[in-house]
Design a protein around this ligand. Structure first.
Ligand code: HEM
Length: 405
């Protein structure tokens, strides 16, 4: 690697101006980058290239010469990473090449739109239950803890086929894993408890298969010897963790965006058919994976005309790509009618593009439509500047969202 004056590089991750949750980057940070691909100082030492243009991010994320394995020496670390665990054998989000595609292939059909349609009634039930519980508790309420956080974990619970009798156990431990105030030991214990439960459920499904993801993977992959049981346990845990905080933060941020644009909330209430387009614009505008996607160059490569040398780190800056004016007209504007919204990269792009996106879209659509319909007088009890944010977490979001009705 060439000598780099790391101390003088702009500090990454960025925090937007005025504590506004909908502006990901300050103009001064963009200026200091000195171009669409620039060097930044990483929070845990070292530096990386930041790739910010829509086209360059696409080029980077479909390039096979970059690794997602965060345990490789030199990998650009954006968040503290836990020690490599023996039982993490199915975490394919951090794998490359054949190891990655072996797992991904097993899940592709499961997350296809037509299969997600089948569980929509269960998502609907989950959403309505959470909203009616929130209503029964009376205003004011924290929309994050009462609605946005429980809906995704309950949805995964249904998808995996966790038996009804274990729902409370699953929910309680999921809540600890996602609890921003829980200590590492507590989180570790909750992860262990959930892995134990999933292991037990897998054993049960061997003998009594049902219409759910774990039953199908046991019958089609574990029994023929294609997938080990410990791999299936960690695969299920990956789905829980990857699909929880991301979706929850998007539900919370979307609710806030609509409360800030009451005319859009009214429009959605009057015509739920607007939801799919609105969700695309909310995904673009919110981009909760705001610190971007880190990669390590395994050989020299050129991205957007910039030579990236083997061993150098790169970050695909999804939030800036989603504000690229060459793709999105007037990109700082929240415009649910925008025709090009679907070109956003909130779900990444290329080899690791989010496999759960049809599910996330269904959850968001149903959550927002029911929220608008059931709470015609919903109002925010906070302001953009004062609502607590989680700037430096893996996924950006709101710490809480106080609402009344
Ligand atoms: C709004 C909600 C969501 C957002 C914004 C989101 C975002 C992302 C992004 C940006 C990636 C790419 C990671 C990379 O390239 O390194 C990703 C991958 C992934 N997501 Fe999501 N996600 C969401 C919901 C979900 C849901 C609901 C699930 C499943 C239940 C899920 C499961 C996964 C998995 C398994 C991967 C790894 C794919 C691979 O490595 O091939 N996500 N997600």
């Amino acid at each position: 690697m060439t000598d780099v004056d790391v101390a003088n590089l702009p500090a990454f991750p960025f925090i937007g101006p005025d504590n506004n949750p909908f502006i990901p980057v300050q103009e001064s940070d963009t200026a200091r980058l000195g171009g669409p691909i620039g060097k930044v100082r990483l929070p845990f030492g070292g530096w990386a290239w930041l790739v910010t243009r829509h086209e360059d991010v696409r080029q980077l994320l479909r390039h096979p010469g970059f690794s997602s394995d965060q345990y490789k020496p030199g990998f650009p670390v954006l968040n503290p990473i836990p020690q490599k665990r023996e039982d993490a054998s199915g975490l394919f989000i951090f794998m490359d090449g054949d190891a990655h595609s072996r797992f991904r292939r097993m899940l592709t059909a499961e997350f296809m739109i037509k299969n997600i349609r089948r569980i929509e009634p269960l998502i609907e039930e989950t959403v309505v239950e959470a909203l009616e519980r929130m209503r029964a508790m009376g205003p004011p309420a924290d929309l994050m803890s009462e609605f946005a956080l429980p809906v995704p974990s309950m949805t995964i619970c249904h998808l995996l086929g966790i038996p009804y009798s274990e729902h409370d156990f699953f929910q309680n431990h999921s809540r600890v894993i996602m609890d921003r105030n829980a200590g590492p030991a507590e989180v570790e214990a909750a992860l262990g408890a959930l892995a134990g439960l999933i292991g037990k459920v897998i054993e049960y499904k061997r003998n009594a298969p049902e219409e759910d993801l774990l039953s199908r993977l046991v019958a089609e992959r574990v029994v023929p010897g294609e997938l080990r049981e410990d791999e299936l346990v960690s695969l299920a845990m990956l789905l829980l963790v990857a699909g929880h905080e991301t979706t929850a933060n998007m539900i919370g941020l979307s609710a806030l965006a609509l409360l800030e644009h009451p005319e859009q909330l009214d429009a959605l209430r009057a015509d739920p058919g607007l939801a799919p387009g609105m969700v695309e614009e909310l995904l673009r505008f919110g981009t909760v994976v705001r610190t971007g996607l880190p990669r390590l160059a395994m050989k020299d490569a050129e991205i957007g005309g910039q030579l990236i040398r083997e061993g150098e780190g790169v970050v695909a800056m999804l939030s800036m790509a989603n504000r690229d004016a060459s793709v999105f007209h007037d990109p700082e504007l929240f415009d649910p009618a925008r025709r090009e919204a679907h070109r956003h990269m909130a779900f990444g792009f290329g080899l690791h593009q989010c496999i759960g996106q049809p599910l996330a879209r269904a959850e968001l659509r149903i959550a927002l439509v029911e929220l608008a319909r059931r709470f015609p007088d919903l109002r925010s009890e906070t302001t953009l500047a004062t609502v607590p944010k989680r700037h430096l977490a893996v996924t950006f979001g709101l710490g809480e969202l106080p609402v009344s009705w």
